[in-house]
Design a protein around this ligand. Structure first.
Ligand code: UDP
Length: 325
């Protein structure tokens, strides 16, 4: 069998490549444009079961060529990171809208089972915790760039569900909740790599807002395991699942824990959102998944283990940049 992973050189994508190479005998084909993905994420792999296509998912021909003769598709290529989507709104919308439509069209051409990576971002600023898959979404105005990203991810879900309903395409949608772990870069604003880097270089940890906002951090190893199992579970097809670990952590607590685990004497500095982004920025205050649907279909769901996540991130960072403190 051959598996296509779009965004396979990215943070989550490259962990999925590792997982599928380890757990199956399948051949893996990666399609990535190396914009936010990075070749170093795959450089540890020395196997003829991996082929890498460089290309942009906004190009339909590129996507259909990459999907030729594949048995499963994992669509993870996307514009990532709040900072990135706020800085590059038009490009982000095109990648997330056109790109996903191209993938679904290529999947439909050969009826290829496809996993669509969505995001807890689709719940917007809902305060109805924990979030269940059929809960209402609460989204702000179109003048706030972030909600364009939110809406694009939700539109990807509408598209995938429509291909399923109209053409019986076997799709499954995973809403990722703050997936974190080794290889995630702080370049696009993600909090854990940013705090770890700041702690190890003695810089102040930049906590946005008052730091009471919470997130449900989920280890990437759990996320890729769930992703693989969902696509191989026919009962999951045509469905949406939260992919996250419950038990949220506040950003203040996260900053304290990073300082403890790195032994850093960095300060914690609170930065107003309008300074970190712009005066028009809006922030979802709390995020927490209801994982009962995932548990009922797979028999398990990720659990929160912030210390394991931080230990893995700190160790990986020391391996890639030994001696840099
Ligand atoms: N955050 C922060 N400092 C940073 C980066 C992020 O306090 O340097 C906060 C951010 O405001 C959010 C949380 O950490 O409340 C998670 O941010 P991230 O960008 O990792 O993911 P998000 O949940 O916003 O998609």
């Amino acid at each position: 069998m051959t598996i296509l992973i779009t965004g396979g050189a990215g943070f989550i994508g490259s962990h999925l490549v590792d997982h599928l190479l380890n757990e199956t005998n399948h051949r893996i084909r990666v399609l990535d444009d190396f914009s936010t993905g990075d070749a170093t994420n795959l450089e540890h792999l020395d196997t003829d079961r991996l082929e890498v296509h460089t290309g942009d998912i906004r190009n339909a021909k590129t996507v259909s060529a990459a999907a030729e003769d594949v048995d499963f598709i994992y669509h993870l290529a996307a514009a990532v990171g709040v900072q990135n989507v706020v800085d590059n709104p038009l490009e982000s919308l095109r990648i997330n809208l056109r790109g996903t439509e191209n993938v679904l069209e290529a999947a439909h051409a050969d009826n290829i089972p496809t996993f669509i990576a969505s995001s807890s971002e689709v719940y917007g600023k809902s305060e109805d915790l924990p979030f269940s898959e059929t809960d209402d979404r609460v989204i702000g105005p179109t003048t706030v760039t972030r909600w364009g990203y939110t809406t694009a991810k939700a539109t990807d879900e509408f598209l995938a569900l429509s291909y399923h309903r109209k053409h019986d395409l076997p799709i499954v949608i995973g809403r990722y909740f703050n997936i974190v772990g080794p290889r995630q870069t702080g370049e696009y604003g993600m909090v854990i790599p940013t705090f770890v880097e700041q702690a190890l270089t003695g810089e102040p940890l930049t906590v946005y807002g008052d730091g009471t906002q919470t997130r449900s951090f989920t280890h990437v190893a759990d996320a890729v395991q769930v992703t693989h199992e969902l696509l191989e579970t026919p009962d999951a097809h045509g469905e949406v699942f939260n992919v996250g670990a419950p038990n949220p952590t506040s950003i203040n607590d996260l900053a304290e824990r990073v300082l403890e685990m790195t032994g850093s004497d960095s300060q914690i500095s609170h930065v107003p959102f309008e300074e970190a982004f712009d005066e028009n920025f809006e922030e979802p205050d709390r995020r927490e998944p209801d994982v009962s649907k995932l548990e009922s279909v797979l028999g398990w769901a990720p659990e929160t283990d912030l210390d394991r996540i931080l230990a893995d991130v700190i160790e990986a960072r020391s391996e890639t940049r030994p001696g840099v403190t």
